[in-house]
Write a protein that binds this ligand. Structure first.
Ligand SMILES: C[S@@+](CC[C@H](N)C(=O)[O-])C[C@H]1O[C@@H](n2cnc3c(N)ncnc32)[C@H](O)[C@@H]1O
Length: 294
């Protein structure tokens, strides 16, 4: 199976000045951003995984992977969701853990080694144009992997799935239902003085019915679709700050460009804006839309 040869050009860096392009709501598609996040996400894997694991479990339960199958994970990040499937595939099956980011895949490789996952290949693949043959996988799994960014990713999934193949995917509901997105951004905006959203918001109007229509529109039969409530929880102020200032994509990059005084102001604002749960932990909730389709 061929992999696309990556062409990174100059090593990317996000540590220049505050780049408005990284603050736009399309920034999730930025290759540089995800290269920047890769090592950080690997280092803080547990913090991210704890809040979102139920989403992965829903997907894996619905996927019903069988021994000998080939399962492709798209935009896998550090690969944790796919690794839940690997055992069911057995030594004759194959997990293809893919992402466009070299750094994310490095984190995934390290995690697979820790877990002792052997039946896995790591592929640098762009979901918009998969360097894979037609009808070569039994199932595709994608958690928060921009599958609804235009029509290309779902069309590619349809192309590489064998007849009868399954797709399980999770996408975020619209931004206003995801405090983990809006609260760090609001804390930053309160200090830098602007919450201007430029660019196209990929999540604008994102609803269960919209997701169902998009998946069906790509030629799938939607067997099950529902919303899942999730929450990122932080026992300490330090964890909450690590989430916003290191892991939270474009907001983290923008925070890193502020001087220490301004960062302290953002941190105070973040603590003020973040709700706490009954146990006293900070809790930033969100809503995922999860689906099974064939
Ligand atoms: C929000 S993260 C989700 C990662 C992982 N699936 C998870 O649930 O933790 C989005 C991932 O999509 C990857 N990504 C972004 N655009 C991509 C593309 N066009 N093709 C493949 N991967 C892409 C990023 O590198 C990043 O790892």
């Amino acid at each position: 199976m061929a992999t696309r040869t990556p062409n990174w050009g100059m090593p990317p860096t996000c540590h220049q000045k505050i780049d408005e392009n990284l603050l736009v709501t399309d920034a999730g598609q930025s290759r540089e951003l995800w290269e920047e996040m890769g090592a950080r996400w690997a280092a803080e894997r547990e913090l991210l995984w704890a809040g979102t694991r139920p989403v992965s479990e829903w997907l894996v339960t619905r996927l019903q992977a069988r021994a000998g199958e080939t399962v492709l994970e798209l935009a896998a990040g550090t690969g944790d969701t796919g690794f839940l499937v690997a055992g069911a595939l057995g030594s004759n099956g194959r997990l293809l853990t893919s992402d466009r980011s070299h750094a994310m895949l490095a984190g995934a490789r390290a995690r697979a080694a820790e877990l002792g996952v052997m039946n896995v290949d790591f592929l640098e693949l762009d979901s918009d144009k998969l360097a894979l043959a037609d009808e070569c996988v039994d199932a595709v799994i994608s958690r928060f992997g921009y599958l609804l960014k235009g029509e290309a990713p779902l069309a590619e999934v349809r192309r590489v799935l064998r007849p009868g193949g399954r797709l399980v995917c999770a996408v975020w509901a619209e931004r206003s239902r995801n405090a983990w997105m809006t609260v760090p951004r609001a804390a930053l905006a309160a200090v830098v003085g602007s919450d201007e959203q430029t660019g196209r918001d990929l999540l604008a109007g994102r609803s269960l019915e919209g997701v169902r229509a998009a998946v069906a529109g790509a030629g799938f039969v939607v067997a099950e679709i529902t919303e899942l409530d999730v929450a990122y929880r932080f026992a300490t102020e330090a964890e909450l700050w690590a989430f916003a200032s290191e892991l939270r994509g474009p907001v983290a990059v923008a925070i890193s460009e502020l001087d220490a005084g301004k960062q302290a102001e953002v941190r105070a604002e973040l603590e003020r804006l973040s709700p706490r749960d009954a146990s006293g932990s900070y809790a930033l909730p969100g809503v995922a839309i999860v689906s099974l389709a064939t």
